[in-house]
Design a protein around this ligand. Structure first.
Ligand code: 2NL
Length: 332
């Protein structure tokens, strides 16, 4: 091994490193020119077979060669790292001065908006909010509300039963939530109970087997129908406008006595529109729920949220509220 052979090995290695355009190719060139099986590697391993003087001479030559080639490798490696970083930065470049991608904000469903609006009006008057289960016992949904076992509303034509033998139903109104409130709280009680309710109805433009109610209950000493009327007038004006009037028409519900349908005045063309049912809580209901009807009286009302939403927003078909058509819902 002499200086010219070393020069050949060095030139071959430097040429291979210079020709490597990426780190993987460069690594292969390192193995070829600096690895154990490379000519340099073999030569260094073969040093032991040489005599002392020759080993010192050739060993120094090979060490010098290894240092020079290793240095060249490191330099090229550094260059390729910089080049690849540059390529990557270019590839992942983001133009932060460009227009931002438009994010369309979501919003609550129209029914949720109207439900919350109704609840907010009563919360503003001092009512609390209570919720309860959608699967109910016949006892809470009917018995304690003065609806007897043979009442037609309890039949399978009107009520969806989860378990007929066990008298378990999908609640037909949110009244059982008020029943539960009366059973666990002393008057004065003022609650509104929003939620989904279920009836065995066929679907048409104004009926759905699932709909949404907000019921309200106020029980205290000295509560009269005047309080009911004043509360509902304030509600109608908050929701539909300060120029509204309300009109109570005699009606019947098993759980209120007397009972009244409540109409709100609209424009001269539509005249009066019915928006809810109401009444003074029947003393039998107060008694069944553990409240002394000699001391306390109360009023209650039930509002159909779909009906209010349809009146407020000019929706003609209740099915539009359930179809989940984004083009329709985006309008609200
Ligand atoms: C309607 C009528 C009404 C009630 C619901 C009620 C609840 C209890 C006691 C007495 Cl715990 N009454 N709720 C009273 C009158 C009418 O709803 O047509 N709703 C859409």
């Amino acid at each position: 091994m002499d200086a010219s052979e070393v020069a050949v090995l060095r030139d071959a290695a430097l040429a291979a490193f210079a020709g490597a355009e990426d780190v993987a190719t460069l690594e292969q060139a390192r193995i070829d020119h600096l690895g154990r099986r490379s000519p340099l590697g073999e030569a260094q391993r073969g040093l032991g077979a040489l005599d002392d003087e020759e080993r010192r001479r050739v060993g120094a030559l090979l060490n010098g060669l290894r240092m020079e080639v290793t240095e060249a490798f490191d330099r090229r490696h550094g260059e390729l790292d910089a080049i690849e970083l540059g390529r990557r930065l270019e590839r992942e470049r983001r133009d932060l001065t460009g227009p931002a991608r438009r994010v369309r904000p979501g919003r609550p469903h129209l029914l949720t908006q109207v439900e919350e609006e109704i609840v907010d009006v009563f919360v503003g008057m001092g009512f609390s909010v209570a919720e309860g289960p959608e699967v109910e016992s016949g006892r809470f949904n009917f018995d304690l509300l003065n609806i007897p076992p043979d009442h037609p509303a309890r039949g399978t034509m009107d009520t969806i039963y989860v378990d007929e033998d066990a008298d378990v139903v999908l609640r037909t109104h949110t009244s059982p939530v008020q029943v539960r409130t009366m059973l666990t709280h002393e008057p004065p009680i003022a609650v509104v109970c929003p939620g989904r309710v279920y009836r065995a109805d066929s679907v048409d433009a104004t009926h759905s087997p699932v709909f949404t109610q907000v019921e309200g209950l106020l029980v205290a000493e000295g509560v009269s129908m005047a309080h009911l009327r004043g509360t509902l007038l304030a509600f109608a004006r908050a929701l539909f406008g300060d120029d509204r009037e309300v009109r109570l028409r005699p009606s019947f519900f098993p759980f209120t006595e007397p009972s009244a349908e409540v109409d709100v005045s609209f424009d001269s063309a539509s005249g009066w529109l019915e928006i809810l049912g109401s009444g003074m809580v029947d003393p039998a209901v107060l008694s069944a729920c553990g409240i002394d009807p000699e001391r306390y009286t109360g009023f209650a009302f039930g509002i159909g949220v779909e009906r209010v939403a349809m009146l407020r927003h000019g929706v003609a078909d209740i099915r539009d509220l359930y179809d989940a058509d984004a083009r329709f819902l985006a309008a609200f």
